[in-house]
Design a protein around this ligand. Structure first.
Ligand SMILES: *[C@@H]1O[C@H](CO)[C@@H](O)[C@H](O)[C@H]1NC(C)=O
Ligand SMILES: *[C@@H]1O[C@H](CO)[C@@H](O)[C@H](O)[C@H]1NC(C)=O
Ligand SMILES: *[C@@H]1O[C@H](CO)[C@@H](O)[C@H](O)[C@H]1NC(C)=O
Ligand SMILES: *[C@@H]1O[C@H](CO)[C@@H](O)[C@H](O)[C@H]1NC(C)=O
Ligand SMILES: *[C@@H]1O[C@H](CO)[C@@H](O)[C@H](O)[C@H]1NC(C)=O
Length: 514
């Protein structure tokens, strides 16, 4: 049998490979202009791969793209929508299958885009773009199945390496691991490069698992899914990991605590490593805030009591506790999650709200619990700007509104201003680089027609003719951008335009951006 089946397998997989190899590499494809161009002033490229090269087909997504054509009147804005909304499905579903030890356990390996690895944060948010279209569905061709596959694979990753942020393909895929150009790193605890692509401990990566779980559950009501497989174990790993990171730098008697995670890398960039032997700057013990060594930009924190990730974690830990409560036999864990979320929320209020001489009470970006505060915002989500977007607070919250005014002003050291685009940036892509993702979050958190239209006009005019959402764009020169293939930001734009329609702001979708 083996002698017969082996050559057949080889032939089948080589046919598959040759079909795939005729598809252009999207890293290249997304830097070139393709016909037909949009008919507006900016003449934007068509960027969807041809149908046979798309990595997942969804008829509800196609129907949405078609139906928005009569809603989004500006031809350039519509072109960006049709390119960007399906980008994750078109390009990033690298592999789907089932677990080797359980054929009922779906797995989805969802890459971030130009880097051949799966980030916990990106993959949760890439899926969120399609959330309004997700319904309970057992079919393996459904968006619900794609969701289940991402949750199952994330659970496996978290159980294997809870301090890591991005991961290699599962062994079942037969795809080899990618080489991270920036290794070697020195970090504890050690993890094999066959499992993890990068091991920056970011609190929001763990929050992302709670987020995608909440999203899937609320869209489908599929409690049975959470009883199967490794979801409960993954949540227990998240609880023990984050509780171990409540620790301060010094014990009460003054001795230096041993902390569960350290990281150092040989680098010329301060944001790629941690000082004090990989421990980071000192933080006070007993604040109730969870440490985060890195931000969602994958840059190191200055003060590890990073407020946006604590907000996101508290919000989704609480909603995930409701899933846990419905599972059965998990009441204690559910109560523990709910109470833990409440304690984090109280700590954010106690340590994260500070008084600014000009803006009054605001949320700090990072604090150390000793009184030092980092007043800024960064484009990546979770940010302070996005706090209502991920549901931590109400957009009308006065402390949020004060914070928002500061963030969108020259008093935020990372608000990039210029004739091309005005938006929050961050150290990751560098000074002068504004992030369209932050413009999108500005739209999500505004109901001002003029503010929304200004942001949309800047987005439409700053894609350098490519019709995709780049990671960052220079605020003085639209030709200087980073990352041509960043699926999360693309999906987010689509999600944002659908949200405008949902919020009854169809007028801004019908407006001209020429
Ligand atoms: C998507 O549909 C096209 C036909 O329109 C097909 O060629 C392609 O293989 C499909 N992709 C997947 C991942 O099924
Ligand atoms: C199945 O395999 C995965 C990945 O190797 C492992 O994490 C998991 O514990 C296994 N599950 C069972 C029930 O053995
Ligand atoms: C489930 O998903 C499949 C594949 O997308 C679709 O054909 C089918 O109509 C869906 N079923 C329901 C009940 O929505
Ligand atoms: C100081 O406190 C820590 C944590 O409670 C403990 O592990 C350590 O043994 C104490 N050291 C001394 C010298 O008492
Ligand atoms: C936010 O607060 C306003 C005013 O109190 C209220 O009308 C609205 O429903 C709240 N929104 C959410 C999402 O809770």
């Amino acid at each position: 049998m083996k002698c017969v089946s082996l050559p057949l397998l080889v032939i089948a997989s080589s046919l598959y490979e040759s079909a795939r190899s005729q598809c252009p590499d999207y890293s290249q494809y997304s830097q070139q202009v393709h016909q037909p161009l949009s008919t507006g002033r900016y003449q934007l490229s068509y960027m969807r791969p041809s149908p046979e090269c798309r990595t997942f087909n969804s008829s509800v997504v196609e129907d949405t793209i078609t139906s928005m054509k009569s809603v989004i009147k500006d031809p350039d804005l519509y072109r960006i929508f049709e390119n960007s909304f399906p980008n994750t499905l078109d390009t990033a579903v690298k592999w789907r299958g089932v677990a080797a030890n359980n054929s009922a356990e779906e797995l989805t390996f969802l890459i971030t885009g130009d880097i051949n690895a799966m980030w916990l944060r990106d993959s949760a948010n890439q899926m969120q773009s399609y959330l309004p279209l997700v319904k309970a569905n057992t079919s393996t061709n459904s968006l619900a199945s794609l969701y289940r596959g991402v949750i199952n694979l994330q659970a496996r990753y978290i159980l294997e390496a809870p301090f890591c942020n991005s991961f290699q393909p599962p062994v079942e895929s037969g795809i080899g691991p990618s080489q991270n150009q920036q290794t070697p790193d020195e970090f504890t605890p050690p993890v094999s490069t066959k499992i993890a692509f990068e091991c920056k401990y970011e609190l929001d990566s763990l929050a992302a698992f709670l987020e995608i779980s909440t999203n899937y559950y609320e869209a489908t009501g599929d409690i049975e899914f959470f009883r199967k497989f490794q979801w409960v174990s993954a949540i227990n790993a998240i609880i023990s990991t984050t509780e171990s990171l409540l620790i301060g730098t010094y014990a009460a008697n003054g001795s230096v605590n041993t902390i569960p995670y350290t990281w150092e890398r040989q680098t010329t960039s301060a944001t790629e490593t941690l000082d004090n032997g990989g421990r980071g700057n000192p933080v006070q013990d007993g604040t109730g805030l969870i440490r985060s060594a890195f931000r969602p930009s994958d840059d190191s924190t200055i003060y590890q009591l990073f407020i946006p990730a604590n907000m996101m974690f508290a919000r989704y830990l609480d909603s995930a506790s409701e899933i846990m409560a419905k599972i059965g036999n998990q009441r204690n864990t559910a109560n523990h999650m709910h109470n833990f979320a409440g304690r984090i929320r109280a700590a954010i209020t106690q340590y994260g709200i500070v008084t600014h001489p000009k803006y009054g009470q605001i949320y700090a970006f990072e604090v150390d619990g000793y009184g030092s505060q980092n007043i800024m915002d960064d484009a990546n989500i979770p940010s302070l700007l996005s706090a209502p977007f991920f549901g931590y607070l109400n957009v009308s919250d006065p402390v949020y509104q004060n914070t928002r005014k500061l963030i969108l002003s020259k008093d935020n050291p990372y608000f990039m201003r210029g004739p091309v685009i005005n938006a929050v940036g961050g150290p990751h892509a560098g000074l002068g680089q504004a992030w369209p993702m932050a413009s999108i979050i500005r739209i999500f958190t505004s109901s001002s027609t003029s503010e929304i239209q200004t942001a949309l006009k800047e987005i439409v005019s700053s894609t350098d003719g490519l019709g995709l959402i780049h990671e960052s764009v220079n605020s003085f020169d639209a030709h200087k951008w980073t990352r041509q293939w960043f699926s999360w930001a693309n999906g987010l734009l689509g999600q944002c335009l659908l949200d405008l329609q949902e919020r009854g702001l169809g007028g801004v979708l019908a407006a001209s951006y020429q």
